[in-house]
Design a protein around this ligand. Structure first.
Ligand code: SIN
Length: 339
């Protein structure tokens, strides 16, 4: 007889406004993020039992931070815990509570590093809130209920973010508003699904993990003490090559390439938050050419909110394959780790 498992939903908490608290219930901005522990947070969500529907809710506090302070160490730990739980036969899906400010980066990181076969079978659902838990009208409880609804939906898979009743794919999601509850957008790609009264209405396919990811194994990633340094430089009217030159200074002084300049590794990659179709001021471009000659990988992205940088024969720099600058930086770090 087949063994019958009680199904589990795992909630991994990392802090954020969803666990935030202010002195007054009317204060939605003067709060401290990451104040409530995961158990307290779950206990404060009315109606969660109905959504969980007889499954066991497993809660784990992975971190307790304001997500502006997200670190590689926390990402390493989070990826390990997510992968561990995804590997358990009785786990239906994972929910991660997170701050809104760097949610899209964590989502993309997990999408890029988690084993494709795990992501093809189960969903990893990030959620958050724009108002603290102490608010008179918090958005966190509804977002959490919706996230659990997605995590328990048959066929759901991949890394997604659930906010304000919308399900966004990790590759596309971006915080686009500083204050509104519906603060995230998937740009041109559009949302994956809507959550309406606990029911998930799919409008496009669940996101697939990249099959070609020759990524660093999570276990190896977790042991890395230093990640390749990749910085983002922005193009704007009157930009110069000064910032790029400052980043190159240790390389130039040593007269060595990025690889040889270790053990005090300087910058290994630069992502340009370019104008328009990834265009770059000619003075910055000259500095970036020098960077490339010194072994620094340069990738062009765009500061435009929608659209993607299109390949151009006129540029000697790679483009970001549609990734925003912050996600292109993660992709480049992972690429450099494999080198
Ligand atoms: C954070 O990102 O941790 C604080 C801001 C937020 O969650 O909205």
């Amino acid at each position: 007889m087949a063994e019958i498992f009680a199904q589990k939903v795992v909630v991994l908490a990392t802090g954020g406004t969803i666990a935030g608290s202010a002195a007054s219930a009317s204060d939605n901005i003067g709060y401290s993020a990451a104040q409530m522990g995961v158990r307290q947070l779950l206990d404060s969500v009315p109606g969660l039992d109905q959504v969980v529907a007889g499954r066991t809710l497993v809660a784990e506090q992975v971190a307790q931070i304001d997500s502006k302070d997200m670190s590689f160490a926390i990402w390493q730990q989070l990826a390990l815990r997510v992968s561990h739980h995804l590997g358990q036969a009785d786990v239906t899906g994972i929910v991660i509570t997170h701050g809104t400010d760097t949610l899209e980066e964590t989502a993309y990181f997990l999408h890029a590093v988690l084993p494709a076969q795990q992501l093809a079978a189960k969903p990893v659902v990030l959620t958050c809130a724009m108002r603290p838990a102490s608010s008179a009208a918090p958005d966190g409880p509804q977002n959490l209920r919706d996230a659990v609804a997605v995590a328990t939906t048959a066929g759901a898979c991949g890394v997604v973010a659930v906010v304000a009743g919308k399900v966004h794919a990790a590759v596309d999601v971006q915080k686009v508003d500083t204050y509104r509850l519906d603060a995230f957008s998937s740009g041109d790609a559009g949302v994956v699904a809507y959550v309406e009264e606990g029911i998930v209405r799919l409008v496009r396919n669940w996101p697939l993990a990249p099959v070609d990811k020759a990524h660093v194994a999570i276990e190896k990633l977790a042991q890395l003490s230093h990640w390749p340094r990749v910085e983002i430089v922005m193009n704007y009217a009157g930009a110069s090559g000064a910032l790029v030159e400052a980043l190159l200074a240790p390389l130039a002084v040593a007269g060595l390439s990025g690889e040889q300049a270790r053990p005090a590794p300087p910058v290994r990659g630069l992502v340009v938050d370019g104008t328009g179709n990834g265009t770059i001021h000619q003075d910055m471009e000259a500095a970036l050419r020098r960077a490339q000659a010194l072994g620094v990988k340069v990738v062009r992205s765009t500061r435009c909110a929608t659209g993607r940088v299109l390949a151009s024969e006129r540029s000697e720099f790679a483009h970001s394959n549609g990734l925003s600058p912050v996600k292109a930086r993660i992709a480049l770090m992972l690429e450099l780790m494999q080198a």
